[in-house]
Structures are given as structure tokens and as C-alpha cells.
Design a protein around this ligand. Structure first.
Ligand SMILES: Nc1ncnc2c1ncn2[C@@H]1O[C@H](COP(=O)(O)OP(=O)(O)O)[C@@H](O)[C@H]1O
Ligand SMILES: O=C(CO)[C@@H](O)[C@H](O)COP(=O)(O)O
Length: 426
């Protein structure tokens, strides 16, 4: 098959667009920054129009570098749990409540009383808690659809609103095992008429709007397919594809995701599974990770100290680094405090102890996923700022006991483009 495939990632800091060919070869990337969302206590929101403007800018920039005349299919991914209400014409009736907006704590308590533990809709920042909040705080007006960030951008491209995918819909309460909206949503008073139709990620659902295609320099017959979340798109970008393959994100926090043949849910530990065709992406997030390192060393300090780290000579310090009290996974304990003593006199030994401690948390996370039913760990691919530290990769290999590599490609927009190419999950 010829042609080009377009992936659009609406991420935390900006929108990135990626064009690939039929052999999954990258033709180009382009991006446009997004301003920081408005923050007011637990409320974190953004004007959805900004997402669209950044999308337009990124695609036009991409078109300056790559001939987009051959694009046949496009997929959009977005931040997971970001939700807005729109009217029948797709006009926003609410701000976009961002993925980390936690104002809906009262609604989360209501969800917890009704939703089964295996639902992905638990927590104050779940899309379901946000929908209940919007329903009861004056935003319902002309609203016809509850839409995630990626759904709405795909809607702007096509003029078709009210379509989502199995990954974005997870945190809105969708049951990916039964492949339907569960009956318990009625008991919560959810306006189920607002819920989107849910498709398998990568399933084409509409052609691009001709006027939008002209404005973006895209051909008129581009098919837009159901998207996914930014986390799943980044996993797909790594090309991990065998049960037991795992991806660890060493960013601000430590997030693990592992390909599994069965779903795993443990809401009390933040463990949930995204459906990828007939396979599952089981994962959880620890508060340990890069933020815990930044409590003690700047990124420049880390670069300076890394050459003195001796991965093959363990310090034996047995730390559990955390940026502040509280852990979600692999230990669920809101009061857990960091274990980072004794502190050796030499900074590089302390730094090595922290790297070893976080690697031990990572290993415990995979053991915990295995206890919950995940397949035996086969290999770990690293993404995020910390994955580039080669000494740390060697420490992680020693502690995890499986091959550890750094992903060649971690751009979520590339993962979205792969979904477009496959016309479904890889
Ligand atoms: N040389 C280094 N070794 C280990 N970790 C590093 C190094 N440099 C930066 N980091 C970590 O990388 C993290 C940032 O990674 P990034 O993927 O950009 O995070 P996020 O996207 O979650 O904000 C920081 O929290 C920092 O602690
Ligand atoms: O923090 C963000 C911003 O979307 C994400 O990285 C999510 O936390 C990942 O969620 P899933 O993709 O696993 O639903």
C-alpha cells in the first residue's frame, strides 16, 4: 500500500504531527507549543480552541517540510482523561478539564460508591468524575456530546462529533472487556445520551471536511480514524509488541506499562489496562521517579555525576526515593515516606543510591503486575528523560534481570501515525 499516514499528538506541552510512509518510515515531524493551562487550586483547564489552533499550526508546518498530498489516513491522540462538553455543531459548552484537573473530588466519591473496582473511571481526575461535575455545575446547556481532547480534534477535522475510542473512553467508565457502556452509569445519574460511540483505536470513521482539508493542505479523501491516549500512543511508538514486553517511562513519575493477554485492574493501586485489539496494556504509576531525583540534584548535577556512577558496584543503600510522602503503586500507602538515609559523604554515591532505589521500585512494580496476572517480564524499553542515562540503564538491567533498552522512537505522534497505517491496533 502506498500513501502517507498522519499522526497528531495533543500532548501536555504542545501538539506534534508526524507523517510516515507505508513502510512506517518517518517522513517528518512538526510541532506547535501550547500555553500552560489555567490553574486554580485543583482546577486545571484550557480553552479547547487553543488545541485546535496548535493542531492547525503543526499540520501546516509539517506540510512545509513534507508533501502531504499523499496522506490517506490520520489518527489523533490526546492527553488521557481530558474532557469537554460540546453542542451538536461541536462548539465547546465547557472549558477543557485537563487530565490532571482534580476538582471533581465529590463526584469521585460518588463514582467510588457505585463503580466496580475494575473500572478505569476511579479518581477525581477521571473523565467520568469530570462529566458528573460538568453536568451539575451549569455547563449542560446545549451540550450534545461529552468528548475527550483527541475525540474533539478528530471532530474538528471531520465535522463528526460524538465518536471516541476504547482507550480514551476507559476513564469515562467504558467497559473494555464487555465492549459497552456499563449499566451502573444510570445509577450515578450520568447523562448517557452525551456518551460517545466507542470504536477500536485506528478504525476509520469519517472523511476529512473538504474545507478543513484545503486549509491544512491535505487531500480531500483523507480518512480520519479513531484515536487513543497519549500514553498508549507513546507505547505503540516504541514498537514493543510481544506479551511480556514492557515500557517504563522515567519522567517526572515512574510509569510502567506491559503487554498482556488478559486485562489487569486494581483501582486501589492505580493499576488499569487499556485494550489494544485482543491484547491489553496493563500498567500503573509510582510517585517515585525523576521528581524524587530533582529534590536532590538538578539535571546538570545529574549529567556531571553520572560518569562517576559504577553500575556494576552496588552501593547497598536500599533507598525508596519519593518527592513527598505518599505512594500509589507498587505500594499503595498514602503515608509512605521516602527512605533515603544514610546519606554517604560523596554526592555521586548518594546519586547512585537514588538511581538504584528507583530501579528497585521499578522491579517491584513489574513483580506486582506479575502477581496481579501479567505475563513473565521479557524485556523493558525505556522512555522519558531518565531513560537516556546509560549508567542507569545498566543498573536497571542488573536489578530487573531482563534486557533493558532505550526506545528508538518515543514520539506519541509516531504511535498515532502507526495506528493510522495499521487501521487498528498493531
Ligand atoms: N542525567 C539524568 N539522569 C537521570 N534522570 C534525569 C537526568 N536528567 C534528567 N533526568 C530526569 O528526567 C526527568 C524529566 O524527564 P521527562 O521525560 O522530560 O519528564 P516529564 O515529561 O514527565 O516531565 C526529570 O524529572 C529528571 O529528574
Ligand atoms: O499524564 C498523562 C497525560 O495524558 C498521561 O501520560 C496519562 O497519565 C497516561 O494515561 P493513559 O494513556 O495510560 O490513559
Amino acid at each position: 500500500m502506498g500513501g502517507l499516514f498522519l499522526g497528531i499528538d495533543v500532548g501536555t506541552g504542545g501538539v506534534r504531527a508526524c507523517a510516515i510512509d507505508a513502510q512506517a518510515g518517518i517522513r517528518g515531524f512538526a510541532s506547535a507549543a501550547l500555553p500552560a493551562p489555567r490553574v486554580d487550586g485543583n482546577a486545571i483547564d484550557q480553552t479547547p480552541q487553543l488545541w485546535w489552533q496548535a493542531t492547525v499550526t503543526a499540520i501546516i508546518k509539517l506540510g512545509e517540510a513534507v508533501d502531504l498530498g499523499g496522506v490517506t489516513r490520520a489518527v489523533v491522540d490526546g492527553t488521557s482523561g481530558t474532557l469537554l462538553l460540546v453542542d451538536a455543531a461541536g462548539r465547546p459548552c465547557s472549558p477543557g478539564l485537563m487530565y490532571n484537573d482534580a476538582r471533581a473530588s465529590h463526584e469521585a466519591t460518588r463514582v467510588a460508591a457505585v463503580a466496580p473496582l475494575e473500572s478505569g473511571a476511579h479518581g477525581a481526575s477521571s473523565a467520568l468524575a469530570k462529566l458528573l461535575y460538568l453536568q451539575t455545575h451549569g455547563y449542560i446547556g446545549d451540550a450534545r456530546h461529552a468528548m475527550h481532547q483527541a475525540d474533539w480534534i478528530a471532530g474538528r477535522l471531520t465535522g463528526h462529533y460524538g465518536v471516541s475510542d476504547e482507550n480514551n473512553a476507559l476513564k469515562l467508565g467504558y467497559d473494555p472487556v464487555a465492549r459497552q457502556w456499563p449499566r451502573w452509569l444510570d445509577r450515578l445519574g450520568v447523562r448517557t445520551d452525551l456518551l460517545p460511540k466507542v470504536l477500536v483505536p485506528g478504525t476509520p470513521f469519517a472523511e476529512i471536511d473538504p474545507a478543513i482539508a484545503r486549509a491544512l493542505g491535505l487531500p480531500p479523501a483523507v480518512q480520519v480514524a479513531a484515536g487513543t491516549t497519549d500514553g498508549v500512543a507513546a507505547f505503540i511508538a516504541t514498537r514493543a509488541n510481544q506479551p511480556g514486553d514492557a515500557v517504563t517511562s522515567l519522567g517526572t513519575t515512574l510509569v510502567v506499562k506491559q503487554l498482556a493477554t488478559q486485562p489487569i485492574f486494581a483501582a486501589d493501586q492505580g493499576v488499569y489496562s487499556h485494550r489494544l485489539g485482543e491484547r491489553w496494556l496493563a500498567g500503573g504509576a509510582s510517585n517515585s521517579g525523576g521528581a524524587a531525583l530533582l529534590m536532590h540534584f538538578s539535571a546538570d548535577d545529574m549529567a556531571r555525576l553520572t560518569p562517576q556512577v559504577k553500575p556494576e558496584e552496588p552501593t547497598g543503600l536500599d533507598y525508596y526515593p519519593l518527592p513527598k510522602p505518599g505512594e500509589r503503586f507498587p505500594i499503595a500507602d498514602p503515608g509512605l515516606t521516602a527512605r533515603i538515609t544514610p546519606r554517604p559523604a560523596e554526592d555521586h554515591r548518594f546519586f547512585q543510591g537514588l538511581l538504584e532505589g528507583i530501579a528497585a521500585v521499578e522491579a517491584l512494580a513489574y513483580r506486582q503486575l506479575a502477581r496481579l496476572g501479567a505475563p513473565r517480564l521479557r524485556r523493558v524499553i525505556g522512555i522519558g528523560g531518565g531513560a537516556k542515562n546509560d549508567a542507569w540503564t545498566r543498573i536497571r538491567h542488573r536489578i530487573l534481570g531482563v534486557p533493558v533498552s532505550v526506545a528508538e522512537q518515543t514520539e506519541a505522534s509516531y504511535g498515532a501515525a502507526l495506528l493510522a497505517l495499521n487501521g487498528g491496533p498493531p
